[in-house]
Ligand binder design. Structure first.
Ligand code: DGJ
Length: 696
């Protein structure tokens, strides 16, 4: 039996073709094909030749390559029977079912029976994303070692691939690796998405840059740790596999699902892919309780007081934060149990009567009187051995008794219903008894071992709390950006991108994250004058403008600010508030700066009528004068009015007269994209902000 199917958005076509009733292969995935393209012909045209040293037929690189069909690379499924024997299924077409949305669902059964494999593809035109997800059901319990989401071919016109590494205070570092025979294999065995292993991959065609060229990109939406295989076979074909990290299912089961694999192709450079992910998150994943509420400016007290909670002091800080422009006050770690440092009390989740003799209400009332809403910190999945709960329930902890602790804590076993029930009770009591509008949900250690049931347990608890308290927003944090992925973002509303409030580091981390995350979800705070995690000192303007490039907040002790610093910060915060209506719905496009010392981004409204360019100078330039910065995604024949927003940051060392230094400019999109903007000279660690709009 031969069949073909096609999936289209305005920017891509994906064609699946099946031969002889076997699992289908992706025979085309690239720029849109004409509507009347002959798909049967594509199936035949896709077949590669045979020569010496090859089998007599090329095994299919299918959506789940099967070891039994002589596939020479990594298989898409590794399965064992309950008695430990390897199972080697051979899937044959069973039926086509209707997909849940706009898409395709194909079901295959094992030749010998007992197993059903299905792959579901969904197409999202408005975000240019195709999702792919695989499921397996078995008549008998089976052990799952490895199960890939539908496997995609990688283009052979790419020389390299980009994936991500990172660390605490250094998330979203891009790693470029060359394609060559064999595989690039990433496996995250930390049990959470992790700073180290953001589950994403970009494959730019040779010559592709941010603003130009073809690129394929992937994101695996799962918070428990993933495996990625990017493999080139000896015949030159390439495959990309994503799934949960291997051997995460401890029990034999009858039904397994991969997480959704989010995929996109764009001919508009790497930015085309970034825009797809950002839009998809905004339009299809994030569910803000109140869409009409502007993203509030946060104040988070962590770096101001740490565990040292003192009511009069917190009230003073809250009043100052409100004057600066904060709209939500987040009470961080330290409010519960006897949490005087990070060695104790996690899991207790009852207000500390020593610090808050009359409970949290006096602080909340004060915060409300200052016109802010109130948010609170939890770290639900964790327990300190030094806690009253652990004393009674040591068996609630995940992993062995003598495991290595992380920040003096263990993870709770979220697969246990009684653990989830306990957490739900404690957390819902706090949420029911107080007018709280947001949670900062932390997760500060890796798991003792990866365990899919743990992630499912966390999701279940969050979902239950969300259902009970639908107005409460959640910020996902894990020592900064350790749990950022579309799986957690289906149930949360903001990510704490990094514990680094160093504006210089943050500019780079934000730039990396923009390949997947829009501004509205990416928390960014103005930190203390001397950064607590790097020791660097940055002036208030740089710190403020870096935070204003995402969902803005403050985290310094406002009592440290001088009058001049306060004035600058207030000015930037009110600029942000005036612009956030469109800015929080804008696409972030990374510009191809010709100066490696400048990281530049264009934040452009979806309708293209307005934009702001941020040029972050992260180092000293090699040449003396700033190189022109070319914009992107404008209409070449239309005219734009552009203006420098932060002229007060001009330094006396800038002695010349680049036009934009003192004047607005009215120029064509063509000029801005071809020649670019000549900015004034500046020191490093400074940001230029240029606002642009379409001329009437
Ligand atoms: C780690 C987070 O990333 C910080 O922002 C802060 O919430 C601390 N945990 C609190 O323990």
């Amino acid at each position: 039996m031969f069949r073909s199917w096609r999936l289209d958005t305005s920017e891509q076509t994906l064609v699946l073709a099946m031969r002889r009733g076997r699992l289908p292969s992706v025979v085309y995935w690239d720029a849109p094909l004409p509507e009347d393209e002959d798909l049967e012909l594509l199936r035949e045209a896709h077949a590669i030749d045979l020569t010496g040293g090859m089998l007599d037929e090329n095994p299919d690189l299918s959506i789940c390559p099967e070891a039994t069909r002589s596939f020479p690379g990594q298989p898409g499924l590794i399965l064992r029977a309950e008695n430990g024997e390897s199972l080697l299924p051979k899937f044959c077409f069973f039926r086509e079912e209707s997909a849940t949305g706009n898409g395709l669902k194909l079901v295959y059964e094992n030749e010998e029976g007992g197993l059903l494999y299905s792959a579901e593809f969904n197409v999202f035109e408005d975000s240019n994303i195709i999702t792919a997800r695989a499921s397996l059901t078995s008549d008998n319990p089976v052990h799952l070692n490895w199960f890939a989401a539908p496997v995609m071919p990688a283009p052979q016109n790419a020389e390299e691939m980009i994936d991500f590494s990172g660390r605490w205070c250094g998330e979203f570092q891009e790693v470029r690796s060359p394609w060559h025979a064999g595989m690039r294999y990433r496996e995250n065995r930390t049990g959470r998405t992790g700073h180290e292993h953001f589950p994403g991959l970009v494959i730019p065609a040779k010559g592709t840059i941010n603003t130009r060229g073809g690129a394929h990109a992937f994101h695996y939406g799962w918070s428990g740790g993933h495996r990625m295989i990017a493999e080139e076979l000896v015949d030159g074909r390439r495959q990309v596999q994503f799934g949960h990290a291997a051997r995460m299912e401890f029990k034999a089961g009858r039904s397994f699902h991969t997480a959704p694999l989010y995929m996109t192709f764009s001919n508009e450079g790497i930015n085309g892919c970034a825009r797809s992910f950002q839009r998809h998150l905004r339009k299809h994943i994030l569910k803000f309780p109140d869409q009409s509420r502007p993203r509030p400016v946060h104040y988070n007290c962590w770096e101001a007081v740490y565990f040292n909670h003192n009511l009069p002091e917190l009230k003073e800080i809250a009043s100052l934060a409100a004057k600066l422009g904060a709209e939500r006050f987040v009470l961080d770690d330290g409010w519960f149990g006897s949490r005087d440092d990070d060695t104790r009390a996690l899991s207790e989740w009852e207000v500390d009567p020593r610090k808050y003799p009359e409970g949290l209400q006096p602080l909340i009332d004060h915060v409300h009187d200052e016109g802010m809403s109130f948010g609170i910190w939890f770290e639900p999945e964790m327990i300190n051995p030094q806690s009253s709960i652990y004393e009674i329930n040591p068996h609630w902890a995940l992993g062995s008794e003598d495991q290595i602790l992380g920040r003096d804590q263990k993870a709770l076993n979220m697969a246990l219903p009684e653990v989830r029930e306990f957490l739900f009770e404690r957390m819902s009591k706090i949420l029911r008894d107080h007018p709280i509008d947001s949670i900062k949900w932390d997760h500060n250690r890796v798991l003792p071992m990866p365990d899919a049931a743990q992630t499912r347990g966390s999701y279940e608890l969050i979902d239950r709390l969300r259902a009970e308290f639908p107005k409460v927003e959640i910020e996902s944090c894990a020592s900064g950006g350790g749990r950022i992925d579309f799986g957690i973002l289906q149930r949360t509303h903001r990510v704490w991108l990094s514990d680094s409030n160093d504006a210089l580091e943050r500019a780079r981390i934000q730039h990396g994250a923009a390949l997947f995350l829009p501004a509205c979800v990416t928390g960014s705070h103005v930190g203390p004058r001397v950064c607590h995690t790097s020791g660097r000192t940055h002036d208030i303007s740089f710190r403020s403008w870096i935070a204003a490039q995402r969902h803005m907040g403050f985290e310094m002790d406002p009592r440290e600010l001088t009058d001049a610093e306060r004035e600058t910060l207030m000015k930037v915060a009110s600029w942000w508030k005036a612009e956030r209506g469109w800015l929080m719905k804008a696409d972030i496009l990374r510009l191809d700066s010709d100066d490696p010392a400048v990281l530049a981004e264009l934040h452009i409204s979806e309708d293209g009528t307005q934009f702001v360019m941020f040029a972050n100078k992260i180092d000293t330039s090699g040449q003396i004068a700033p190189r022109p910065l070319r914009l992107s995604a404008l209409a070449p024949e239309k005219t734009y009015i552009i203006d420098l927003v932060n002229r007060e940051d001009l330094h006396s060392f800038s002695r010349g007269e680049p036009h934009i230094k003192q004047n607005k400019m009215t120029v064509s999109g063509r000029y801005l994209m071809s020649y670019g903007i000549v900015l004034p000279w500046s020191f490093p660690s400074q940001c230029w902000v240029v606002k642009g709009k379409l001329a009437e």
